[in-house]
Ligand binder design. Structure first.
Ligand code: HDE
Length: 757
């Protein structure tokens, strides 16, 4: 029968809204049978293709689904009503005194509808406003009870439902996904013993050491207050003014200017708890821990020129990528690892583990994998779930405790507080996405938007009238780790916090030459946007404390001399740390092969249809997302006039090069000729080349590359490993090689600064 969308060729009732016909009520039920309503797809344009699913999310292992069922509203087969449940006969016209008369005040249906609409928006998050989320589960590898009594780690194979929200920090709710920024990585575990929120980032350190500085940091990075610019960008005066006066931000700035801040996908970035936490076991013994998430798909990033262009081509790039991967069943997966260390060990480290601008190199404290997280279901409703979810750094459970990190201590307060104004009162924990699966019983009462209907007379403890319930859980409940901290009151920081540069240098020295070049490019771009020369100079004087090559290259890019280094905040000699290869993005290539990589096949009249189909099928079989891209929509004939050969899926105009990880130019002399007369096609292959992506050309397709001026060899004369042509073997052999190069993502050997093509 087809979907409702297919059956309806026009709005047949429209004519009855006018003139005399409007006096009679329209027919009530839809002409279509209820079965058609129930199958009407909610698919958007983006999900309508069979390659990205049918819009019906797989149930998978989403244990939280049952709990949310209670509030899930589905209007399939139902009549329209007011909020009071009164059936609405006419949803097209307001009530008027005559067809040409004024609208009547008594139209309670219109007024209710408009009033609700007027209040649809809630304040956006003050930071991390732009985000995307998914449901899934965490599965524990083994019993960790010797280390922690936290419920998710109680036995091997235990599954705890999770809801995860990824975000950028600086931009507003509608800002572009591919801004240079830190990414939030917030995980809500709906555990047996209550909700635990691990509210982390994709970078393991932070800009500042003390919560006291957070409002200053955010005021500096957000759009400037007088003119509201720039959106979702740190490349402006106020941010760098602040940063250049806060040398403790140096380490984080190195990460933020690296490719970490422009991930290819939320599915391809690490996550970190950042702070040192405590784990506590049943016997009350404690160790320190740092949390690490590592993506199975490997860590991959965009290049800056590409990120900028994606902002125009698809500002929902990361949101769409996450949504489509889950719809297609390519569930994002991350492994959770712990760095475990004792307080005594921590005292031996040349940095303070309570300082959130420092990381613990994996070479010093190795990672212990403890479980995996799978994201397997998209939210049903963006507002109800992704927007209303409230993560709180204060949400911990028995077995987990805070450390004295002064940044973490401030966060414990901030998150609950911010939800009260953002979500309109103290009962935000009752919003379904925030409600724990564990039962809630206490004597807190009332407040705005209270959902629970508490029974009985007793709302106090101790009581006898309620049989003493709810009673204190005692040893079963949460107890704080009893470490005494009684010292003199003081506003200050420990001496080791004053080392602002040794880890910035550690990070720099641990990067590959390509990553170092990108960091230089990042600083150069951002500081070029800074208008006040003194700020640029102050930033250079900070970089001068990190590395000579780095500061030299950035200064050259700005056309400035290298200034003397900024004075250090400590007289102690800074420790020399050995490079940590684990800090390079290349350390985690991933295990996903070419899964979910997007490949464009450029087609035109005369493309070798059989060859295209073979490549398309082979890519699809390996989990890649091939697309037939042409100058215009419609059907293109094959070679020798073979009719009706290939359907173009998307045009060069709608899907430019930056939305693809690789390109194939199929065989066909006429097609190559046609494409080479289209500047969009020439630009397409040039950008693929410039962004170091694999290009495969078959036979006469090579014409397009030569017309685009793409060099056949690398600058040093050796063959370009990312330019794969069939002269090397058959189409099958070339494809095999192409797939291998694509799995590696980029061909960095090709890169030059400035770009050659
Ligand atoms: Fe946040 N942060 N933050 N933050 N943060 C918020 O809470 C705050 C910090 C992080 O997807 C806010 O609900 C302070 C570090 C994420 O909903 C707010 C300080 C890390 C998210 C807040 C920090 C984070 C937030 C705004 C310094 C990484 C998004 C809206 C003391 C470990 C969560 C909200 C989501 C959101 C305060 C620093 C991660 C205002 C005061 C460090 C991933 O409460």
């Amino acid at each position: 029968a087809g979907t409702l969308a297919e059956q309806q060729t026009s709005n047949a009732n429209k004519a009855r809204e006018y003139g005399e016909a409007a006096r009679a009520p329209q027919a009530g039920a839809m002409a279509n049978p209820v079965s058609a309503l129930a199958t009407a797809s909610t698919a958007s344009e983006g999900t309508a293709s069979p390659k990205v699913g049918d819009g019906l999310p797989p149930l998978g292992e989403s244990l939280v689904r049952g709990a949310l069922d209670r509030v899930r509203a589905d209007s399939g087969g139902r009549a329209l009503s007011t909020n009071q449940g009164v059936p609405v006969a006419d949803n097209q016209n307001s009530l008027k005194a005559g067809l040409r008369g004024p609208t009547l005040m008594e139209d309670f249906i219109l007024r209710e509808k408009i009033t609700h609409f007027d209040h649809e928006r809630i304040p956006e998050r003050v930071v991390h406003a732009r985000g995307s989320a998914a449901h899934g589960y965490f599965e524990c590898y083994k019993d960790l009870s010797t280390v922690t009594r936290a419920a998710p780690f109680s036995h091997a194979g235990k599954r705890t439902p999770v809801f995860v929200r990824f975000s950028t920090v600086a931009g507003e709710r509608g800002s572009t996904d591919t801004a240079r920024d830190v990414r939030g990585f917030a995980v809500k575990f709906y555990s047996d013993e209550g909700n635990w929120d691990l509210v982390g980032n994709n970078i393991p350190v932070f800009f500042i050491q003390d919560a006291m500085k957070f409002p200053d940091l955010i005021h500096a990075v957000k759009p400037e207050p007088h003119n509201g610019m720039p959106q979702a960008a740190s490349a402006h005066d106020t941010f760098w003014d602040f940063a250049s006066l806060m040398p403790e931000s140096m380490h984080m700035l190195m990460w933020a200017m690296s490719d970490r801040a422009i991930p290819r996908s939320y599915r391809m970035m690490q996550g970190f708890g950042v702070h040192t936490f405590r784990l506590v076991n049943e016997a009350g013994e404690s160790v320190f821990a740092k949390f690490h998430w590592s993506p199975l798909a490997g860590t991959h990033s965009l290049v800056w020129d590409e990120a900028v262009r994606i902002s125009g081509a698809d500002s929902d790039f990361h949101r769409r990528d996450l949504w489509e991967a889950i719809e297609a069943g390519a569930f994002p997966e991350y492994e959770l690892s712990l760095q475990l260390f004792t307080e005594e060990e921590a005292e031996q480290f040349p940095f303070d583990v309570l300082d959130a601008t420092k990381l613990i190199p994996e070479e010093l404290v190795p990672l212990t994998p403890v479980g995996r997280m799978v994201l397997n279901r998209n939210p049903d409703n963006f507002f109800a779930e992704t927007e209303q979810v409230a993560f709180c750094a204060a949400h911990i459970i028995p077995g987990i405790d805070f450390s004295n990190d002064p940044l973490l201590q401030g966060r414990i307060h901030s998150y609950v507080d911010t939800q009260i104004s953002r979500l309109g009162g103290p009962n935000f924990h009752e919003i379904p996405i925030n409600a724990p699966l564990a039962q809630v019983h206490n004597n807190q009462r009332d407040g705005m938007h209270r959902q629970a209907i508490h029974r009985g007379r007793v709302a106090y403890e101790p009581n006898s009238l309620g049989g003493g319930c709810p009673f204190q859980a005692g040893r079963m409940g949460f107890t704080s780790f009893p470490r005494s901290g009684a010292e003199d009151k003081v506003r200050g920081k420990p001496e080791l916090f004053a080392d602002h540069y040794s880890q910035a240098r550690l990070f720099w020295q641990s990067q590959t030459p390509v990553e170092q070049a990108h960091i230089i490019g990042g600083f150069r771009f951002e500081l070029t946007r800074v208008q006040v020369p003194a700020i640029r100079e102050r930033m250079l004087s900070m970089l001068a404390n990190v590395d000579e090559t780095l500061v030299g290259a950035v200064a050259a890019g700005l056309g400035m001399a290298v200034p003397p280094p900024q004075p250090l905040a400590t007289e102690r000699p800074l420790p020399k740390l050995a490079p940590s290869p684990a800090l390079s993005l290349t350390a985690r290539p991933g295990e996903a092969g070419i899964q979910t990589r997007r490949v464009a096949l450029l087609v035109a009249h005369g493309s070798d249809a059989a060859g295209v189909r073979a490549i398309y099928t082979a890519l699809l079989a390996q989990g890649a997302v091939p697309r037939l891209v042409g100058s215009g929509m419609g059907r293109v004939g094959g070679e020798n006039g073979e009719a009706g050969a290939l359907d173009v899926e998307v045009t060069l105009e709608a899907a430019p090069a930056v939305l693809f990880d690789a390109v194939v130019v199929p065989d066909g002399a006429q097609a190559a000729q046609t494409l080479s007369e289209d500047a969009n096609a020439l630009e397409f292959v040039r950008l693929q080349y410039r962004h170091c992506k694999p290009l495969m050309v078959v036979g006469t397709g090579a014409l397009l590359l030569s017309r685009a001026g793409i060099p056949a060899a690398l600058p040093d004369g050796t063959p370009d490993p990312g330019l794969i042509g069939t002269e090397r073997a058959t189409q099958e052999a070339a494809l095999e090689e192409f797939i291998e190069v694509l799995a590696g993502h980029r061909v960095w050997q090709r890169e030059s600064d400035p770009p050659a093509v």
